[in-house]
Structures are given as C-alpha cells and as structure tokens.
Design a protein around this ligand. Structure first.
Ligand SMILES: [Zn+2]
Length: 255
C-alpha cells in the first residue's frame, strides 16, 4: 500500500478560492462589473424600444388625424355649397314664376307687391351667389391643403418605416451583443467565490447595474458620500472588501 500523490481530489475552483487574495478577487470583480455595466446598459436600451416605437406611431396618428380634420372640413364646405346652390335654384325659379305672373296681374297694387317680392328675391340671390363664390374659394384652398396633408402623411409614413427598420436592426444588434456578453460573463463568475458573487449580484440588481464603484477623490463613486481617510486607507490596502456605508456598494481604489 502506498499513498497516491500528484493527483489532488480538490476541485480547481476551491483551489482558486484558497489561493485568491482580496486584491485578485477585486480585480476579477472589476472586470465583471465592467461587463455587467454593459449588460445593464444594453438591457436598458432594449427596454426603451417599445416606447420609441409607440412614439413613432403617435407621430403618424397626429398627421392622420389632421388629415381627417381637413377631409371633414372639405365635406362641410361642399355640403354648404350644395345647400346654397339648391336655395339659389329655388329662388331663381320663384323669380321666373313671379315674373310670368306679372303679366296676368290686373291691379297696380298687386303689381307693386309682386315687384317688391321679386326685388327681394333677387337681392337674396345676389347674396347667395356671392356666398357660393366665397365657398368655392374656400373649397379650392381646402382641397389644396388636403393634398399637401396627404403628401405629408405619405412622407411621414416612409420616414417612420425607415426609423422602425433602424430600431429593429439596432434591437437585433443589441441582442447579439447581449448574448456575447452573457457568454463572457459565464466565464468570469467562476473567478469570484459564491458568497461574494451572491452579495455582488444582490447589490447589482438593487443599484441599477452598479455594484462595485471606484473611490472618486474622497468620495464613493456611486453615491458620492464623503469617505473617512481611514476607510479610504482600508480600501487601498485591499485586505478585505469595503462597502459604502450609505449606498452599500463595494468600493475599490484605482491607485
Ligand atoms: Zn456609496
């Protein structure tokens, strides 16, 4: 019987853990944080996409409803014109009728009354004719505006289609990059011990993708609280992981 030497049953990760110093651990965490920051940023960009698409649809809707308003206005004007033309036609017929009646009238009095009636109708008719001419001008302007609005809508639709395609390809690009980063992350997490990783990830999700921050001058790089010199010293020494007392993020010194 002899002892087997040279092949240790200790798993490589445990070995790593045993030999890894806090300084090494922090370096691994710094790299992980850099990847996680990108992951959070890309996810944020993905989350913003539905609102962007909605905003584009709203833009189309605005042009569309303005187009509908102009169509309604044109319809109103056309109806107004038709009514006034009918009114004019009826009154013109009345004038003709009264004018033939004039020849059949026996008394002067009756004649004067009918003549007055005819004059009144003719006055009404000239007002109607003027109104109709004004409406014609308005219809012409409304048709022109409607044509422009239709053109604008078509242009807007094309522009928004292009924007949407752009957003779609951005989305695909982000998806690809995210998948790459997630793969990269998988190779990095084993370099941090489970307990530290668990704490790190809890902070990461609670603090919007920022769990480990550098000291900036004398302040926490996450919440900017002023750090006492003794804490800054401890951070520099890298003998243990120091957490910000205010925002609970892990701290490191870039020196
Ligand atoms: Zn802080």
């Amino acid at each position: 019987m002899h002892k087997v030497t040279g092949s240790s049953p200790v798993p490589p990760t445990m070995k790593k853990k045993e030999i890894m110093s806090v300084a090494e651990l922090l370096n691994n965490l710094i790299e992980l944080q850099s990847v996680d920051e990108d992951i959070f940023d890309f996810k944020r960009q993905l989350n913003e996409i539905p609102a962007k698409l909605k905003a584009l649809d709203d833009e189309i809707e605005t042009v569309n409803s303005s187009l509908k308003e102009r169509q309604e206005e044109l319809k109103r004007l056309q109806l107004d014109r038709k009514n006034k033309e009918m009114d004019l036609g009826e009154k013109e017929n009345a004038v003709k009728k009264y004018q033939t009646q004039l020849y059949q009238i026996k008394t002067n009095n009756e004649y004067t009354v009918l003549e007055k009636e005819i004059a009144g109708l003719k006055a009404d008719n000239s007002v109607l004719e003027e109104d109709i001419l004004i409406i014609f001008d308005k219809i012409e302007a409304a048709e022109k505006a409607l044509g422009e609005q239709k053109k604008k809508l078509e242009e807007e639709k094309k522009r928004i289609e292009r924007e949407k395609k752009k957003i779609d390809s951005e989305k695909q690009e982000i998806g690809k990059k995210l998948a790459e980063l997630e793969e990269k992350r998988k190779t990095m997490t084993p370099l941090v011990d489970k307990e530290t990783l668990r704490r790190y990830e809890r902070i990461l999700h609670g603090k919007d993708g920022l769990a480990l921050v550098p000291v900036k001058g004398e302040n926490c790089g996450g919440c900017f609280v002023n750090l006492p010199p003794q804490i800054i010293n401890e951070i520099r020494i890298r003998e243990k992981i120091i957490y910000c007392e205010r925002c609970a993020r892990m701290l490191y010194s870039e020196d």
